[in-house]
Design a protein around this ligand. Structure first.
Ligand code: CAA
Length: 394
């Protein structure tokens, strides 16, 4: 997919907002329950806390909450395409985005579709949106990425769970990041992580998945830098897919070595650290992780990033990887939601181990009966329950 066009048109991220439910578990609590040294999680994985999905929320309510603050009357008129990226789909047929489209009151002349390729699909959605906006420059695209990362109780993946959603408005003349035209893309058939339709938790070959992630990164970088002519030092900051923050740090160290960069360890650290702050507290949000990292970088970096280039690496197990870049726009600071995002993370209720286990093991009944979910969340959108196999939202 090449976005090279004759016009000087800048297209990219105009606004980015994320949401995560109001419940979390401290990884200290998991460590003491499992008899594990908490430093394994804090230092070894770089994770401190993870958001936990209550029974009355799901990918639909999370995405609707993420998008709501971005949907004013103008955007309702301008959005004619909703792309919903997820690997936690709630229906085999209906796109989750249609419930969000309804909850937000978007225009009826709007295309709505769901995309899947593990954690990568939001990036494919972003590139499709950019191509679409070249054809429809007066419109906007709403990209939603929403996931609940589940590996199972007492598994090695357990401390790398989490949940959250991101809503991104893409447009011409974006206020935040203009996406550049070159990408390095690699697709390969590997079984590092997958989830058959009949399982609620992922099957994962954890150590192997980290190796495939790193190898894919290097291949994507090679192709991206060949096409774009951009070297490592021409990127001021880097954002990676963040299954756990230590993975992004390892990726950055590996990329720097492979690109023969002379950047010292402290500088390398500062190129990615502000982008990891939210994920350390939220955990993995699969499709949304890279873009929560992007919000974290823009909102927590102390230096002015105007006109600076950011390198992005998106990875989805199975696998597809993509390296691309974007340039931060002048005045971007005015279009951020720093206070809102930070308060979302700090105001979450901390669950005990038993409460976490109850939330984790709750399943919406599958018998077609009339069921109401217990009320846990004092939020605008809730999954009320189901009736006749239909999910009901408030
Ligand atoms: N103090 C400090 N560090 C400690 C420690 C202690 N007491 N005990 C262990 N550690 C370190 C280990 O040395 C290790 O560090 P290195 O990787 O640098 O060697 C780290 O903590 C993890 O320890 P283990 O390797 O023993 O961990 P594990 O076997 O329990 O599992 C994992 C780690 C494979 C990442 C597992 O959490 C997992 O399967 N996670 C899910 C899969 C995943 O996230 N894969 C990432 C790539 S795939 C992807 O990105 C897509 C996606 O979103 C899933």
């Amino acid at each position: 997919m090449s976005h090279v066009v004759s016009s000087e048109k800048k297209i990219g991220i105009d606004a980015i907002r994320f949401y995560t439910p109001s419940f979390a578990i401290d990884l200290h609590t998991i460590a003491s329950q499992r008899g594990i040294d908490p430093n394994k999680f804090h230092v070894g994985l770089g994770q401190h806390c993870m958001s936990v999905m209550p029974p009355d929320e799901d990918i639909v309510t999370m995405a609707a909450h993420a998008a709501l603050p971005l949907i004013d009357e103008q955007n309702k008129r301008d959005i004619h395409l909703v792309l919903f990226a997820t690997e936690s789909g709630v229906d085999q047929s209906k796109a989750a985005g249609l419930w969000v489209h309804h909850l937000l009151g978007l225009s009826s002349s709007c295309r709505v579709v769901e995309l899947k390729q593990a954690c990568y699909s939001a990036t494919c959605a972003l590139q499709l949106a950019i191509s679409y906006l070249h054809m429809h420059p007066t419109e906007k695209v709403l990209l939603l990425a929403s996931d609940n990362a589940r590996y199972g109780l007492n598994t090695p993946g357990e401390p790398t769970q989490g949940c959250g959603a991101v809503a991104i408005i893409l447009s011409v003349s974006p206020r935040l990041v203009a996406i550049e035209p070159h990408q390095g893309v690699v697709a390969d058939h590997v079984m590092d992580f997958w989830r058959p339709n009949y399982l609620n938790e992922a099957v994962v070959d954890g150590k192997y998945s980290t190796k495939v992630y790193l190898n894919t990164l290097l291949k994507c970088w090679e192709e991206y830098s060949r096409q774009s002519g951009h070297g490592f030092s021409e990127h001021a900051r880097f954002c990676y897919h963040i299954p756990f923050t230590r993975m992004a740090e390892k990726a950055h160290e590996r990329l720097s070595r492979s690109a023969s960069s002379q950047t010292c360890a402290t500088a390398l650290h500062s190129q990615i650290e502000p982008g990891l702050l939210y994920s350390k507290q939220l955990g993995n949000a699969y499709t949304a992780s890279l873009y929560i990292g992007c919000a974290s970088l823009l909102e927590n970096e102390l230096e002015d990033l105007s006109e600076k280039r950011i390198g992005f690496f998106s990875y989805g197990s199975g696998c597809v990887g993509e390296f691309f870049s974007g340039v931060v726009q002048r005045g971007y600071q005015k279009a951020l939601f720093r206070e809102e995002h930070q308060s979302l993370l700090t105001s979450r209720a901390k669950l005990s181990y038993e409460q976490y286990k109850d939330f984790f093991t709750y399943q919406l009944p599958e018998d077609g009966g009339d069921h109401t979910t217990p009320v846990h969340s004092a939020v605008r959108f809730r999954l009320l329950g189901c009736r006749n196999h239909e999910r009901l939202y408030q």
